[in-house]
Design a protein around this ligand. Sequence first.
Ligand code: SAH
Ligand code: SF4
Length: 437
Amino acid sequence: MNFSDSQIVGSIMTDHDFETTDNLADADLIFVNTCSIRDNAEKRVRARLQEFKRYKKQKPGLIIGVLGCMAERLKEQLIEEEKMVDVIVGPDAYRDLPRLLSVAESGQKAINVILSADETYADINPVRLDNNGVSAFISIMRGCENFCSYCVVPYTRGRERSRDPQTIVREAEELFSEGYREVTLLGQNVNSYKWDDGTGFAQLLERVAKVNPLLRVRFATSHPKDLTDELLHTMAAYPNICRSIHLPVQSGSDRMLKLMNRKYTREWYRQRIEAIRQILPGCAISTDIIAGFCTETEEDHQDTLEMMRWAGYDYAFMFKYSERPDTLAHKRYKDDVPDEVKSRRLQEIIELQQELSFRSNHADIGKTFEVLAESVSKKSGSELSGRNSQNKVVVFARENFKPGDYVQVRITSCTPATLRGKVVKELHNGHNPGALK
Ligand code: SAH
Ligand code: SF4
């Protein structure tokens, strides 16, 4: 989401005659787009700011701006704590950047952290920074009102609001005509997308899938409570909607889920996974897990491990609980699981997931997948790297293929993170989202 937002900022700045540089020493202006989701994320931003101090010493006119969730959360306090920061801009105030910059150029500190009920940046054409030219993000909704008790997002990103479907479809069409072959629809909770004319997420997904059968469509992230059968049937009807669903479970314990305010039970979640398996056979399922949330017992932790084994996740993002100021958990519950217990539980979760990921990849050996080539492999110039519909990275010999090509690859070996295979044949059109036997 921040990456996508940075592209919007890039567009606003380009319209005001700025250009981007890869070299920090050349910059007259440095923006850092920040995340507050865990304390670690904020610590990394602080370390980054220290690095920028050096450039400011060399070039006193250099303006440093902090954008995004940390700006929104800390406001003026951030300028008091980090004196070299000149501009503080919350996630809904990027249109105000040119004005804020002129304030900063006059030597004053500039702040805008006003959250909006309707800003979606719908009419801004993102500048595709640092991009492979094949896959792109399209932001479809912003904010979150779910108030999971551990989460800072509803406070830093504000009200939930959806973007006009016409502007989304237009963006997808433009990307396709520029040569892009994959779009990822982005939002904190994409399946609560709702536009005034009644368009819901399933309908939006269908409209984007219809842009062109050669345009792959992905989405992230979906909240289990809003994963409807209608959405799964829409996915089943369009082979170019990728067979991969990120469905954060957070915990396998009913007691934890209730304390977390996730609004579903373990049983409900299991039924959603069963629906995916039934309606979309071969669909990859991934998740997010938090270890050591307030009052979590060994038994709760075992419930999480058990859920992971049952679901057999293809991959997962796993975190230690990090208390965030002003959230419901911070106000109501005690962060009482000792750090070493959190670390040990997280380690057990990570080790189990490595086993599950390896098992999932191993089961793909011998199958043939349609792969969209994305880039020359980082490790070897003679190989291409792409992904299959299930979002797994597949590496294969480059030959005469180029990023943007669809190829059929038979899997010959794997690591826990990557599949490797041989091209069986080039594919010009038509899709085969599942594996060919
Ligand atoms: N909207 C998405 C998640 C966005 S945040 C959803 O609800 O599914 C991404 C992930 O960060 C969350 O799924 C959660 O696992 C993790 N996370 C959020 N707040 C956290 C916290 N305070 N401590 C640790 N992990 C957290
Ligand atoms: Fe945070 Fe919950 Fe909203 Fe996800 S749904 S962004 S975890 S409050």
